[in-house]
Design a protein around this ligand. Structure first.
Ligand SMILES: Cc1ncc(C[n+]2csc(CCOP(=O)(O)OP(=O)(O)O)c2C)c(N)n1
Length: 323
């Protein structure tokens, strides 16, 4: 892997985190009125995967979708405007953070009903197949909680039966809201094995190591494209902030201090940044420069969003329903 790509992976992760830190700071001003589910700590997964995707590949996500959308090339300005409920938002200001979409970048949908994007994604992949786009793939991102929905099994079964080009990506941060996976599932229940039981190849990857995610998903994605078979990957990761909202919620004690300490040490950005600095692939000056560039882009997106008008229901109805 060349130095340029390593630097790209790091800088993309930093950009995402800085975007969510800015959302976090602005949210308390109560101008963004939609619920937000931040993904700080989970950057490595969409960055590692999306760097192997073509523009024509499609992605779908759920309630925690900012990074999936951005990694696939979704417009930052439209995303921030969506959070502010503005007409220039990617869902015309009507959806909010949990309904991101960017058709130009092939971000097909984000839907917060847990598990619901799986069958939609299967339908998208089926239409790719029926229309002869058999070199394109569909990526469906979901959390460990979604694997407890019946539709998970139906979607795996259908994808397997019809040999669909799907990469199922399970971001396992061990929690569904405040409940640890050990309190929700039998300890012998393995997400990887469930996929195999449905005849789907599956692989476990370290969710904190962006380089490893990039390399392993590269060969998996190539296999999906060339052999036209689905694959599921499960990646262990950790959400740094509260389930829903801009704050931390560890004062609620649903995650113990030891667990938080272990996972904080695995921070995908801090560790990778340290490594690239030690290997002299990047310098402190490079980091300063990139942060300046990122902050400028973020400030422009927020200014754009704040200055945009709210949706005019009459014109929206006319434009999108009656036109
Ligand atoms: C069908 C359904 N049940 C319950 C909820 C409420 N809910 C919203 S997010 C969430 C947790 C989902 O956990 P997971 O899929 O692991 O994603 P994470 O929040 O950890 O990223 C739940 C239960 C919902 N949105 N949809």
């Amino acid at each position: 892997m060349n130095k340029k790509l390593k630097t790209k992976l790091l800088f993309e992760m930093i950009r995402m985190r800085e975007i969510e830190y800015k959302i976090q700071r602005e949210y308390s001003k109560e101008q963004m009125r939609c619920p937000i589910h931040l993904s700080v700590g989970q950057e490595a997964i969409p960055v590692g995967i999306s760097n192997n995707l073509k523009k024509s590949d499609k992605i779908l996500s759920a309630h925690r979708s900012h990074f999936h959308y951005l990694a696939k090339g979704g417009s930052l300005k439209s995303m921030i405007a969506e959070l502010y409920g503005k007409e220039s938002g990617c869902a015309m200001g009507l959806g909010g953070s949990m309904h991101l979409i960017d058709i130009k970048s092939n971000v097909v949908a984000a839907v917060p009903i847990v598990g619901s994007t799986m069958p939609i994604g299967v339908g998208v992949a089926w239409s790719q197949k029926l229309n002869g786009y058999n070199k394109d793939i569909t990526v469906i991102y979901f959390g460990d909680g979604a694997t407890e929905e019946g539709v998970f099994h139906e979607s795996l079964d259908f994808a397997s039966l019809f040999n669909l080009n799907i990469l199922f990506v399970c971001e396992n941060n061990f929690y569904s809201v405040y409940s640890n996976i050990s309190k929700r599932q039998n300890k012998n229940r393995s997400i990887i094995k469930i996929a195999k039981a449905h005849g789907i190849n599956s692989t476990k990857i370290d969710g904190n190591n962006c380089e490893e995610i990039y390399k392993k998903s590269k060969s998996i994605i190539n296999q999906i494209r060339t052999k036209n078979i689905p694959h599921l990957i499960e990646l262990d990761t950790f959400r740094h902030l509260e389930h829903c909202g801009p704050n931390e919620d560890d004062y609620l004690n649903y995650r113990d201090a030891k667990e938080i300490k272990i996972w904080t040490k695995k921070d995908p950005i801090k560790n990778y940044q340290k490594r690239l600095l030690n290997e002299k692939i990047i310098s402190n000056q490079d980091l300063e420069n990139i942060l300046k560039k990122i902050h400028k882009e973020i400030n422009q997106a927020f200014t754009f969003a704040k200055n945009s008008p709210y949706p005019n229901k009459k014109s929206l109805l006319y434009k999108y329903i009656y036109a």
